[in-house]
Ligand binder design. Structure first.
Ligand code: FAD
Length: 540
């Protein structure tokens, strides 16, 4: 049995390792265009900033170690240039000698990944404009930071944020440009606010709602011209505006591709040719939340898909299908952490799908235990069934724990009712007797039971009475935009007659909790009332 793998990093290396564990006799060859195999791409930004000091730590395996450990024949600096499906062979070219040869296969695995986008903008060819995919890109960026002091990062997604943070850590001044009006475009805008304020606090210039129009090469710097007309001078530009699947080989071989150029695979990672498998960033997969096609260029799916393919080749009767992806991502910007799993509100709205949502705020562990830090959790669910469709969490600590629980809940098709009674680890240093996830379940059920009406917008209608139930000091320090009446919650029951019962009320507080309590008091006293979810500090 002869197995050939194109691409030797996440999906390719995982596939080959699993294949060897299932078959000692198979001939397994990996061809990899770059000089390294099985390296830690996710760690690249952290070596640039010095947080991972040792470069060798990123080279998880080498051709020699894979030979010794798994008896794999790894050929680095070797590019697959054509797939001859009729004769089941691949033409490969040694990039050092320039020589080509054919390698035959019984089964072929395509794990070529995805390349950073580099749009054909004027001036893009300047050598001071970098993208980051591999150790060589990383080395080039590090070399440029030895002399350069000004960095412009274009694209404020996960990698762009990591780069902005790490270049700042290295002592550069950093400007971050993002076409959307917020950082981390997959998030709903209010959930990105904490990270934005953390970036501003570190004097990272944010240019939101602005795109790169062209570059101009000067002797000492690159001038970045933005669509707004603004100009940013940079010694180093890092482009992190997304990736595109490396599916040219598959396309040339006549394999089926999806609408955005990803390789189409079945649940066992088989392409339209049953002897050719594919996995990782180059493939399309099933969205596990809303049954549809998606592509999730992340490390976890790549590694697990590789394993599924190997199982299907070597033990087809026992192989379990890849169930699809939820899409879970997390990123840190200095002290702030934010993550998303499943669908966001804006994505559901854009798709015209029905949803309901609440946001809750609480501490990451018992508020009386020292070191409690605030966090915000937003969930979205399907109105009829109550099934959880997505969640976003922002704060400082414990974000990964909540995100992982909620990602698991989505996969398990749990409802918001189920969230109320999840028994999560609790002792004061770790959580609360009612974890923020339970609170989100309670808030969602309150809404489903009609106990409270939430509004995510402050009213513009002057007929609506906006009642700010925070204490006077907080109300003055962070005033509600527009007109509002400050009635601290503790005085509310005694002040009902100061409000006009014939006009609607929106209650407002710092985090959305007291405004809910106030809304309950008012509605039981005959008012038509909605609570402003999220609170003033979280939304503005
Ligand atoms: P890759 O890992 O890109 O490997 C594909 C390999 O195939 C490449 O080395 C390429 O040289 C080779 N190749 C392509 N074509 C050919 C050919 N014709 N012949 C020979 N070789 C070929 N994901 C997360 O989940 N969390 C993170 O924090 C995270 N951080 C990241 C940070 C950075 C800077 C980057 C670049 C990625 C990050 N990712 C992260 C994404 C994650 O690394 C990818 O999803 C994952 O590596 C995809 O695996 P893959 O095997 O499909 O592709």
């Amino acid at each position: 049995n002869s197995i050939l793998v194109i691409g030797g990093v996440a999906a390719g290396a995982s596939f080959a390792a699993r294949a060897r564990r299932l078959s000692e006799s198979a001939r397994i060859t990996i061809v990899e265009r770059g000089p390294d195999v099985s390296f830690a791409n996710c760690g690249l930004p952290y070596h640039i900033g010095g947080e991972i000091p040792n470069r060798d730590a990123l080279a998880v395996q080498s051709a020699a170690s894979l030979k010794a450990l798994l008896n794999l024949d790894v050929r680095v600096r070797t590019e697959a240039v054509a797939i001859d499906r009729a004769n089941k062979r691949v033409e490969v070219k040694n990039l050092d000698t320039g020589q080509s040869e054919f390698l035959s296969y019984d089964k072929l695995m395509l794990a070529p990944g995805a390349s950073p986008l580099r749009p054909p903008l004027p001036g893009i060819e300047d050598s001071r404009i970098f993208t980051l995919r591999n150790l060589q890109d990383m080395d080039r960026i590090i070399a440029a930071t030895e002399t350069g002091m000004r960095a412009v990062v274009i694209g404020a997604g996960f990698i762009g944020l990591e780069m902005a943070e790490q270049l700042y850590r290295k002592g550069l001044s950093v400007q971050l440009v993002e076409l959307q009006k917020q950082v981390i475009p997959p998030l709903d805008a209010p959930m990105a606010a904490l990270v934005e304020s953390e970036l501003r606090h570190h004097e990272i210039g944010l240019h939101l709602g602005d795109g790169i129009a062209r570059f101009e090469s000067e002797a000492n710097h690159v001038r970045c011209h933005l669509s707004s007309g603004a100009c940013l001078d940079a010694d180093i530009v890092v482009l992190s505006i997304g990736v595109k699947p490396d599916s040219e080989l598959a396309k040339a071989a006549g394999l089926e591709l999806g609408a955005r150029g990803h390789i189409v695979v079945d649940p066992f990672q088989r392409t339209s040719d049953p002897d050719i498998y594919a996995a990782g960033d180059a493939v399309e997969t099933i969205d596990r939340v809303i049954d549809s096609k998606t592509a999730v260029p992340m490390g976890g799916p790549a590694n697990r898909q590789g394993r599924v393919a190997a199982d299907h080749i070597f033990m087809p009767e026992k192989a379990r299908p890849y169930p699809g992806s939820v899409g879970t991502g997390i990123v840190r910007a200095f002290e702030a952490v934010v993550g998303i799993t499943g669908w966001s509100e804006k994505r559901l709205a854009a798709a015209g799908l029905p949803y309901e949502t609440v946001s809750v705020n609480d501490s990451h562990h018992a508020s009386y235990y020292p070191g409690a830090r605030p966090m915000t959790l937003k969930i979205v669910w399907e109105p009829t069934s109550g099934r959880l469709l997505g969640a976003q969490v922002s704060g400082y600590e414990g974000i990964d724990k909540r995100l992982d629980v909620l990602s698991t809940a989505i996969v398990a098709q749990m409802t918001v009712e189920d969230l109320c009674h999840l028994e999560l680890a609790y002792a004061p240093p770790f959580g609360s007797a009612k974890d923020v996830i339970n609170l989100a379940g309670f808030a969602a059920c309150n809404r489903r039971d009609g106990l409270v009406v939430h509004t995510s917008d402050l009213p513009s209608d002057p007929q609506v009475q906006v009642v700010d139930v925070r204490g006077k000091a907080l109300s003055e320090a962070f005033p509600v935009p527009g007109k509002a009446i400050n009635i601290p919650f503790l005085s509310l029951r005694a002040s009902l007659d100061t409000l006009d019962r014939s006009r609607p009320v929106v209650t407002v507080c710092a985090f959305g909790k007291m405004s809910y309590f106030a809304a309950r008091v008012l509605s039981q006293n005959g008012f038509d009332v909605a609570s402003f979810s999220g609170g003033i500090k979280a939304n503005i």
